[in-house]
Design a protein around this ligand. Structure first.
Ligand code: ZN
Length: 157
């Protein structure tokens, strides 16, 4: 899932978890739960087959830019809680993909094992893993709306 969608799940987590350590752990678990849902567009994978590294870095740049822009826009719509609990949840939901990204650059046995596990989760429910982009867009948007609605409904500020 895109980091923006994972970040939205952090907003869902803090609606019921108020301890930073718990939010961090729940964030990591939530990341893998979301990764179980087929969500990666097939077309993106095919596009990345050429000039892999420049396209990979382009995606990373877009993903992080979209994350910061969406947090900024959400904050205008409804002020985000700037506290350790939210930060911990945010780190938890993003951490698995950050480790995965580091594993693409740095060659370490433990990172290889982690990448295998990450891929295994992606393929557990839907072995082809990838889906057509309209479905990917629909699933990611629906997931984002679901978690953002939880936040809107349950966080009073
Ligand atoms: Zn992931």
């Amino acid at each position: 899932m895109y980091l923006t969608v994972h970040a939205a799940s952090a907003l869902g987590i803090i609606t019921f978890s108020h301890k930073p350590l718990l939010s961090l752990i729940l964030g990591i678990i939530m990341h893998f739960l979301l990764d179980l849902i087929p969500h990666d567009p097939l077309e993106l994978d095919q596009w990345m087959k050429k000039n892999y590294w420049s396209r990979f870095l382009t995606i990373v740049f877009i993903d992080f830019s979209a994350l910061f822009c969406s947090l900024f826009l959400l904050n205008l719509f409804k002020p985000l809680p700037i506290n350790w609990n939210f930060l911990a949840a945010l780190i938890g939901v993003a951490l698995p993909d950050v480790i995965w990204g580091i594993g693409k650059i740095v060659e370490l046995k433990i990172l290889e094992k982690f990448k295998k596990f990450h891929l295994w989760v992606h393929r557990l429910l839907w072995p082809p893993s990838d889906i057509g982009w309209p479905y990917a867009l629909l699933i990611q948007t629906a997931t984002f709306i679901f978690f953002f609605s939880l936040f809107i409904a349950f966080i009073k500020k």
